[in-house]
Write a protein that binds this ligand. Structure first.
Ligand code: 4AD
Ligand code: MG
Length: 455
């Protein structure tokens, strides 16, 4: 019977069914070694982080070309060994190398740097680290959909091509069918790749109650950091009849669910990351799951930072006046030094946030929330939305926005307007959080970053 290595490990939970089982395995060689007349192949078929050890009689099989990276077909019988590292093995009865490897195979047994592996994205998923990264990435995506499905959300497919700039930052990639006639195709001045599905998803929230988007987004930010990509995936839930606290409750419940289930499903992968990439990973993830996230208004955070500064902590930017847009040094200090865990920062100055956010009564702040986490910084950004037509219009005028282009959005506040809220999760930053990988380029199958795109 043809079976995957993952299925064999599942069957190991009912060992009696496994002993003596005759199976066919198709995989790739991770390692080969010989002890006298006995050969040992470590085989991985991609279904699990874990390998299968195949044992064979060297005099019966000529497997000289069974080298690291070669593909192999195996038949044999499973034997339970009860050894911790390899609780069962395959006693080979038939074997054939299907695709041997050439001398130029770029992955050798010695450890290679992540920088080097970034130059060969078509191969790096075969290394232990990246094999685990993309498995975790897929599992996280699965549980994101599962969480929303279980909680009555509808998945809305918002467009990638758009004429709006949701965040109003102007950091968009423009789209033309013909450079010489840029407006011809859509008969629009300004068509670009979406920076966020929020504006398009809001009308759906105002009908279905609970909705989300999950898809690629694009930002032409010229920032060459370890946390910014030009093409990344975003998850954007939007909920009706909901204020800022409801938004934070959702964010916390959602993230804890997704992280918890992924840790369970990808146990071997996460243990590997903890051992080889970041020794504090599991401890940090357990803290993430077991403690309530801190909720802190911006003005309080400002006070805490000023206090730290007065007590001698040096920051690059030390102007702690209302209006400061926190840099990563400030975010790090809050999450890593003061609170040692995730922090919801709320009620930011309106001038450093997007036009659509709910205006607070103080006329200075808006109902914004950023979720900051240790070592990553901003994981999610969201807000309650301004649902009063006049207030929203006034703010858009202050910002000299093209009202006509956004009239469709404004009109949502004219007919059956209700309080509603939502947020955006940077999916790659979640992958970083769960794997301990410290560069966003190492969470994307084919990273597209500033001055950085291979093929
Ligand atoms: O904070 P942002 O800009 O919020 C929005 O776009 C809202 N419209 C979301 C909403 O309320 N529906 O982006 C949301 C998240 C950030 O917190 C960050 O995690 C991620 O998206 N993000 C990026 N991730 C990777 N590379 C980039 N260049 C990113 N820019 C934002
Ligand atoms: Mg943000």
């Amino acid at each position: 019977m043809k079976i995957s290595i993952a299925e064999l490990y599942q069957k190991y939970e009912r060992k009696e069914e496994l002993e003596g089982l005759e199976v066919t395995i198709e995989g790739y060689i991770k390692n080969s070694r010989f002890l006298g007349q006995v050969g040992f192949l470590s085989v991985n078929d991609g279904s699990s982080f874990l390998n299968l050890q195949a044992v064979f009689d060297v005099s019966k099989f000529s497997l000289e070309n069974a080298k690291l990276g070669a593909s192999i077909y195996l038949e044999g019988k499973i034997h339970i060994t009860e050894q911790a590292k390899q609780p069962f093995e395959l006693n080979v009865t038939a074997a054939k190398v299907i695709g041997p490897v050439s001398d130029s195979y770029p992955l050798q047994k010695k450890r290679t740097t992540f920088e080097y592996l970034r130059t060969i994205p078509q191969w790096r998923m075969k290394t232990n680290t990246f094999n685990a990264v993309f498995r975790v990435r897929s599992t996280l995506a699965y549980y994101i959909h599962q969480y929303f499905h279980e909680n009555g959300f509808y998945w809305i497919h918002t467009p990638i091509l758009t004429a709006n700039d949701c965040e109003g930052e102007g950091q968009t990639f423009n789209v033309y069918a013909d450079l010489k006639k840029p407006t011809e195709f859509f008969n629009k001045d300004n068509v670009h790749l979406t920076v966020s599905g929020q504006l398009h998803v809001e009308p759906f929230a105002l009908t279905y109650g609970k909705v989300y988007t999950f898809g690629p987004t694009f930002r032409a930010e010229k920032s060459n950091t370890t946390r910014h990509a030009a093409e990344f995936w975003m998850v954007e839930p939007e909920i009706a009849w909901a204020h800022l606290n409801d938004n934070m409750d959702l964010m916390e419940d959602f993230l804890k669910y997704v992280v918890k289930h992924t840790m369970e499903d990808c146990k071997a992968d996460i243990e590997f990351f903890n051992e080889r990439v970041d020794n504090h990973l599991i401890e940090r993830l357990n803290n993430f799951l077991s403690n309530a996230f801190i909720r802190l208004p911006y003005t309080e955070a400002l006070k805490k930072l000023k206090e730290a500064n007065d007590n001698g902590h040096h920051f690059e930017v030390e102007d702690f006046n209302f209006g400061l847009d926190f840099g990563s040094e400030h975010e790090k200090y809050l999450t890593e030094v003061i609170y040692k865990g995730p922090v919801f920062l709320t009620d930011y100055p309106k001038d450093i946030k997007a036009f659509y956010m709910k205006q607070n009564d103080d006329n200075k702040t808006v109902g914004a929330v950023d979720l900051l986490v240790p070592f990553i910084g901003e994981l999610c950004g969201g807000s309650e939305r301004e649902c009063d037509y006049d207030k929203l219009l006034k703010r858009m005028e202050e910002l000299h926005m093209n009202i006509e282009a956004y009239q469709w959005y404004l009109d949502l506040r004219k007919n059956g307007s209700i309080p509603h809220s939502g947020f955006g999760l940077g999916f790659e930053r979640l992958v970083m959080l769960v794997t301990g990988m410290s560069n966003i380029r190492d969470t994307l199958p084919y990273p597209r970053c500033y001055k950085d795109m291979l093929f």
